[in-house]
Design a binder for this molecule. Structure first.
Ligand code: MN
Length: 149
């Protein structure tokens, strides 16, 4: 049955009539990552539900912002910077990224790393680290080795 409220998955982490967008915010290195918007808000549920996929070796932007992310890994394994911590992530792990928390996802395991990400429709723009903030982040050697800018 066709139903306007059902969004069918097609092959391999794609959905019917959902364009696969290359995700490249202005002025940043957001490497080898695609975005698909699975839900784009409703008067009674003002959020966006997206699927991001990072190719093997790629990474998301190192950023922080007021708005919160709720993330669920649904493809592969990878790692993320979450505040001061570097965490290993795998399918079905759920991650909350609180306000103003530095975060970056990397597909470190030689395979695509895909995750669902829920955000408010109304949200602030991401902030990139200043040189001073980068120095502070790098004062932890493990974080310094991990981050990509
Ligand atoms: Mn973010």
């Amino acid at each position: 049955m066709q139903n306007e409220n059902v969004l069918r998955s097609t092959d391999s982490y794609r959905w019917e009539n959902v364009p696969v967008l290359n995700y490249k915010p202005e002025g940043n290195t957001f490497e080898a990552i695609t975005r698909q918007v699975l839900f784009d808000g409703h008067p009674e549920l003002s959020c966006q539900f997206r699927y991001f996929e990072i190719d093997a070796g790629g990474h998301s932007t190192l950023e922080r912002h007021q708005h919160v992310h709720l993330v669920m890994i649904i493809r592969g394994r990878g790692r993320a910077l979450l505040g001061q911590d570097i965490v290993n992530l795998k399918e079905l792990d759920v991650v909350t990224i609180p306000p103003h928390t530095w975060h970056q996802f990397r597909a470190t395991e030689g395979e695509p790393f895909g995750f669902l990400c829920l955000v408010n429709t109304e949200r602030d723009r991401p902030i990139l680290p200043s040189q001073e903030e980068l120095m502070l982040l790098r004062s932890d050697p493990a974080v310094g080795d991990f981050i990509r800018v």
